[in-house]
Design a protein around this ligand. Structure first.
Ligand SMILES: *Cc1c(COP(=O)(O)O)cnc(C)c1O
Length: 420
């Protein structure tokens, strides 16, 4: 359920007409509904009510500090994967004791910054990272709280690029090697073992792979207990899918019920790292039609819009489907197949391929739906296109939460070389 609906023939976000925002902010822009964000967060949380848990929003899904702050006010923490994301989370007011740090390539500087901030836990992904973290913590005369990210070798049945829990993926430590690493960590003066974590992939549409992974984690924790290692936190990662088209992902409440049943009797705090499920359907990308054309020798119709693969990479990168709606509701007119494409000089630059689209004219606005997750946060300035604005709606008000970049932003830090 989201808050993007037609009212009197005009697509609205909550009570604001999208065309009114476009008139003021220009296009393209990302638009988020705060009511939808709140609703998704509280619905997700409600499944775990009464159970010791901490929801840590995966910052990479949508990193704007206004959105991180909205979740923080609801009690949310953050799952970060870089020093930049730590900076954002702290800036947004996320409590350090609610921050988890994941990722395979944490630098010394990033480890030090996170230690100084006093984050809850590092999800360590390799033996070398453990050694480095112990060293950095020693230099800072502190102890790092850690979990190892276990790679449970479970098939999440999702897109290959976003599957992370298979033995062939770069993530985590194989269960078979993890015990030895926990034993090694136990001997380290500046390491405190507190958890076990896993994250098997993104856009999962079934509950079973999560439960299969959780069973492996449970069995592993039993082994750790036998070695005298106690575990405070079980981190299940993120990964619940959302409906982009006709997918039927598990409802977060059903996911929670399954996890709850599986964890019954265990004396642990559950950590969750949802990203997409909280923000995906809470955001859209609004774009204006520039031209329509049909190339001779082909029946193909093209709708050229002012947003492109640099603004929303998912269609080009994963062949992902995003529904595209006209902002002004069209009568149930005849639809024709078209490609919705951007101005970038790549044939891979499309937002939709062979899509049944109504007749549209230059100047009309289109809404690329379900763009709240991995939308703006994956955007770039390729083709020297300034990054677009981000706007947040609450009820009948809206606010720009990120200014559209200008040309000067494009060359910030660059200089014409004096060497030649
Ligand atoms: C990307 C990621 C998440 C969030 O995944 P979603 O599919 O957006 O829920 C959570 N944890 C880790 C470690 C991640 O890399």
């Amino acid at each position: 359920m989201n808050h993007f609906t037609y009212q009197n023939g005009e697509l609205c976000c909550e009570d604001v007409r999208i065309k009114d925002i476009a008139a003021q902010v220009g296009t393209p822009f990302y638009l988020y509904s705060s009511a939808t964000l709140r609703r998704h967060f509280t619905a997700f949380e409600s499944g775990f009510a009464g159970m010791a848990h901490q929801t840590c929003f995966a910052v990479k899904a949508c990193s704007n500090i206004a959105i991180l702050n909205l979740f923080a006010k609801l009690g949310g923490g953050a799952d970060i994967v870089s020093g930049g994301e730590l900076f954002r989370a702290l800036k947004a007011g996320v409590e350090p004791q609610r921050i988890i740090y994941s990722g395979v390539g944490k630098s010394r500087r990033e480890l030090a910054e996170a230690l100084q901030a006093g984050i809850l836990m590092f999800n360590v992904e390799s033996p070398q990272e453990l050694d480095r973290l112990n060293e950095v913590a020693a230099e800072l005369k502190t102890r790092a709280r850690i979990a190892f990210r276990i790679n449970p070798d479970v098939d999440p049945k999702t897109h290959a690029y976003i599957s992370t829990g298979l033995a062939k993926n770069k993530f985590g430590i194989p269960v078979t090697e993890a015990l030895q690493e926990y034993l090694r960590a136990k001997t380290m003066a500046h390491i405190e073992i507190v958890g076990v974590s896993c994250h098997i992939g993104s856009q999962l549409t079934q509950i079973e792979p999560f439960i299969e992974a959780l069973r492996k984690v449970k069995a592993f924790i039993a082994k750790l207990n036998q070695e005298g290692i106690q575990i405070k936190y079980v981190d299940m990662g993120g990964g619940i899918g959302i409906p982009y088209d006709d997918e039927q992902p598990p409802h977060p409440i059903d996911y929670a019920a399954a996890v709850r049943a599986e964890l019954a009797g265990m004396d642990c705090t559950l950590i969750l790292e949802p990203g997409r499920v909280l923000v995906g359907n809470a955001g859209i990308l609004v774009t204006e039609v520039q031209y329509t054309k049909r190339n001779s020798g082909s029946e193909k119709r093209f709708i050229v819009v002012d947003a492109a693969m640099n603004d929303l990479a998912r269609p080009s990168l994963y062949g992902a489907f995003h529904e595209i709606l006209p902002v002004r509701e069209t009568a149930a007119a005849e639809k024709q197949q078209a490609d919705v494409v951007g101005p970038i000089c790549e044939s891979g630059d499309f937002l939709a391929k062979d899509r049944l689209m109504p007749e549209v004219q230059a100047g009309e606005l289109l809404a690329v739906m379900s763009s709240g997750a991995y939308g703006f946060s994956m955007s770039s300035t390729y083709n020297s296109r300034p990054r677009v604005a981000e706007v947040l709606v609450s009820g009948s008000s809206f606010e720009v939460i990120r200014q559209r970049e200008c040309y000067d932003d494009l060359v910030r830090g660059e200089a014409v070389s004096g060497l030649c």
